[in-house]
Design a protein around this ligand. Sequence first.
Ligand code: GRF
Length: 222
Amino acid sequence: MMERAPADRTPIVILISGRGSNMLAILGARPALDVAAVISNEPLAAGLAAARERGVATRIVDHRAYADRAGFDAALAREIDAFGPRLVVLAGFMRILTDAFVARYTGRLLNIHPALLPAFPGLNTHRRALAAGVRIHGCTVHFVTPELDGGPIIAQTAVPAAPDDTEETLAARVLVEEHKLYPQVVRWVCEGRVRLAPDGRVTVVRAGTASGSLASPPLDVA
Ligand code: GRF
């Protein structure tokens, strides 16, 4: 079991449902982020075993054991709050959360979405992006609000999409960027550098200024 020595004392709880590759990217960030626990609604989520191997506390809150969403969300909140996190990070967590749950963690609940929001909220983003013929796709990290995939955007990464892409090739290209973007945004939030204004606009303090452009397909150069 690997000893973890968090450089940052902002306890984080990560919620997963599946393979947990974004979770692993956050666990692998250096200097280490202070991940207190990983919680899954799926008892067999591959990410749970990976978290355990890395010495991180894990919990299961199986949604099938609860009569309704409210009951599940209340149980989930109890497990989360036992770790006293400042930040709750959704990383491939495939349950829709109740408004009460979202309200409990306002301003400290993050999600990563595999599209350039507000384009393609919801599921099957890569398939839908290809069907729409977009030439630029990407991923978004945002604060969670009751509107599905509709919360304030913190940061995005764009990637090119091509007509000969498949859902799989495009997903893989986006995922590589997710694994860079999510740990960075989590660190910004832990460092207190992400400001959420009452109008829902987000600023990242001391972030660089984006420059240049991505054209897809690339322009002919003279
Ligand atoms: C990622 O593509 C993420 O953007 C989406 O669900 C997927 C989860 O993958 N929300 P993983 O479990 O982090 O590997």
